[in-house]
Design a protein around this ligand. Structure first.
Ligand code: NAD
Ligand code: HSO
Ligand code: ZN
Length: 437
C-alpha cells in the first residue's frame, strides 16, 4: 500500500520521512570496480574498451568497429517508420526552439572611472553524451541532451551507447542524427565514461559529459569529475500532483503511473484538498496497474514509494511541495498560476489539467533532464547553460587605473603580496613610493 496521510491529523514528519524513503546509497563495490575500469581504459585504451565490451555487452569489437559507420547509421535509420520519424522531428524542433531562447547575452559597459567591464559566453569545445543501453535507451533523452549542446554552439558532439548483444534502437540513432551528433560509439558503462574523459587512440577526449545511466555510469561520472565537467547525477524520477476536488481521477492516476512505470524506485505523490478525490485516484491507480506492460515496475514503485496526502487548503499543499522540491510538479487546480507563484522549489511545473507531465517528457519543449531527490532546492534542469562557460572581461584606461589602482596596491600590501602591488604601481609611476602607513 502507498503511504496515505491525512495532514489534518497525521504526524507529517513521520510520513515525510517514510515518503522520502531510504533511497540507494553509494556502494563501495561499485566504486572500486569503476576505479579499476577507469585505470584499465587509461592504461590500455581501445584494447580495454574492446575487452570490457565483450565481457559486459557480449559484443566482439575491434578499434575499427567501436564507432558506428555512416552506412550502419543510414541502414538503421531507414527502419524507422514515417510516423515515428515525424513525431521525433516535431519533438526535436520544439526542443530546439525552446532552448534557443535560453541563450544568454554577452555584456559590456564602461563605468564612471573609465573601466570597461563585462563578460562573454562561449561553448565547451566537445561534449560527450551517455545514452543508457538496452530497454532503457530513450530517443527523447538523446534529443534533450544533444540539442541544448548544439544550440550552445558545441563544436564536437559525441554519443556513447552500449549495444548489448549488438542490439541498438534505430530511433536512438535517428535522434542523434536529428540533433547533429558527430560521432556515435557502441560502448557503455564506466569504460565509456573513462574513454570520454581521458580519450583513447580512437576516441578523442571531451570537455563535458552528460546523460543518465546505471550505478556504474554514475560512479564513473563522479570519479572523472574535475578532469571533465559533468551535468548532474540524476536519481529515480519523481512526480508530485497537486489537485483540487474538481479533477478527473483517472487522468491523475495515469499521471502518477507515468512516473511509476519508469523505475521501481520512482516516486509518485498526490496532494489533494479533497478526501473523496484522494480515494478515487488511489482506487484508479490500483485498477490500472495490472493493465500496464510494466505492471511489475509500476506496482513496486507505487507500493514502496507512492504517497497520497490530504490537506486542508492549497497553501498547505504549496508548503509541502516546497519541502519535497519535486522533480516534476503538476498543478491540477482551478487557478494553477496562483498556486505556481507559491511553489518555489520544483524542477519543472506543469500548469492545469491539460498539461500532463508526459507531454513534457517529449514535445512541449523544456528539458526533461531535471534535478531529483530534493535537489530542485538548489539546482535546475539541463539547459544550454550546461554547455557554456562565462569569461569575465576588463579593460582599464590610464585614468581608470589611476582612479582605482591605489586601492588595489593597499589591499595587496595588506595580503603581503609585493609583486601584486608592484605590478599596479609600475604602471602608475609610483613603484618606489613607500606605501602610506
Ligand atoms: N532520463 C533518465 O534519468 C534515465 C533514462 C533512461 C535510463 N535511466 C537509467 O539508466 C539506467 C540504465 O541502466 P542499464 O544498466 O540498462 O544501462 P547502462 O547503459 O546505464 O549500463 C550498461 C553498462 O553497465 C555496465 N555494467 C553492467 N554490469 C556491470 C558490472 N557488474 N560491472 C561493471 N560494469 C557493469 C556495462 O558496461 C554495461 O555496458 C537505469 O538505472 C535507468 O533508471 C535514466
Ligand atoms: N520522465 C523522465 C525523467 O524526467 C524522462 C522520460 C524519458 N522518456 C519518458 N520519460
Ligand atoms: Zn517520463
Amino acid at each position: 500500500m502507498p503511504v496515505f496521510l491525512n495532514i489534518a491529523d497525521a504526524d507529517f514528519e513521520q510520513g515525510f520521512a517514510a515518503m522520502l524513503g531510504a533511497k540507494r546509497e553509494d556502494s563501495t563495490d561499485v566504486n572500486d570496480a569503476v576505479t579499476a575500469i577507469i585505470r584499465d581504459v587509461r592504461d590500455r585504451g581501445d584494447a580495454a574498451l574492446c575487452d570490457l565490451t565483450a565481457r559486459f555487452d557480449r559484443l566482439q569489437l575491434t578499434p575499427a568497429t567501436l564507432r558506428f559507420s555512416p552506412e550502419e547509421i543510414a541502414e538503421q535509420v531507414a527502419r524507422v517508420t514515417p510516423e515515428d520519424r515525424a513525431a521525433l522531428a516535431l519533438a526535436a524542433e520544439r526542443i530546439r526552439a525552446y532552448h534557443a531562447r535560453q541563450m544568454p547575452e554577452d555584456a559590456s559597459w564602461t563605468d564612471p572611472e573609465g573601466a570597461t567591464l563585462g563578460w562573454r559566453w562561449s561553448a565547451v569545445s566537445a561534449a560527450g553524451l551517455y545514452v543508457p543501453g538496452g530497454q532503457a535507451a530513450y530517443p527523447s533523452s538523446v534529443l534533450m541532451n544533444a540539442i541544448p549542446a548544439r544550440v550552445a554552439g558545441v563544436e564536437r558532439l559525441v554519443i556513447c551507447v552500449p549495444t548489448p548483444d549488438g542490439v541498438i534502437n534505430p530511433l536512438v540513432l535517428l535522434a542523434a542524427q536529428l540533433s547533429g551528433v558527430d560521432e556515435i560509439y557502441r560502448i557503455g558503462g564506466a569504460q565509456a565514461v573513462a574513454a570520454l574523459a581521458y580519450g583513447t587512440d580512437t576516441i578523442a577526449p571531451v570537455d563535458k559529459i552528460t546523460g543518465p545511466g546505471n550505478a556504474y555510469v554514475a560512479a564513473a561520472k563522479r570519479q572523472v569529475f574535475g578532469r571533465v565537467g559533468i551535468d548532474m547525477i540524476a536519481g529515480p524520477s519523481e512526480v508530485l500532483v497537486i489537485a483540487d476536488g474538481d479533477q478527473n481521477p483517472d487522468w491523475l492516476a495515469w499521471d502518477l503511473l507515468a512516473q511509476a512505470e519508469h523505475d521501481a524506485d520512482a516516486q509518485s505523490i498526490l496532494i489533494t484538498t479533497d478526501p473523496t478525490m484522494a480515494q478515487a485516484v488511489a482506487a484508479a491507480v490500483e485498477r490500472i496497474i495490472p493493465t500496464l506492460d510494466r505492471a511489475a515496475i509500476a506496482g513496486a514503485s507505487w507500493r514502496d514509494y507512492g504517497t497520497v496526502i490530504v490537506v486542508d487548503d492549497l497553501d498547505r499543499a504549496a508548503a509541502l511541495s516546497n519541502r519535497i522540491a519535486p522533480e516534476h510538479l503538476e498543478l491540477c487546480v482551478a487557478d494553477p498560476d496562483a498556486l505556481a507563484a507559491k511553489c518555489i522549489h520544483a524542477g519543472a511545473i506543469f500548469l492545469g489539467a491539460h498539461t500532463p507531465e508526459a507531454v513534457g517528457d517529449y514535445v512541449s519543449g523544456p528539458n526533461h533532464v531535471l534535478p531529483t531527490a530534493r535537489s530542485a532546492r538548489f539546482s535546475s534542469g539541463l539547459s544550454v547553460m550546461d554547455f557554456l562557460k562565462r569569461t569575465t572581461m576588463a579593460r582599464l584606461t590610464p585614468g581608470a587605473l589611476a582612479a582605482i589602482g591605489p586601492a588595489a596596491v593597499r589591499l595587496a600590501a595588506s595580503e603581503g603580496l609585493q609583486a601584486h602591488g608592484a605590478s599596479v604601481q609600475a604602471r602608475l609611476g609610483t613603484l618606489n613610493e613607500r606605501l602610506p602607513e
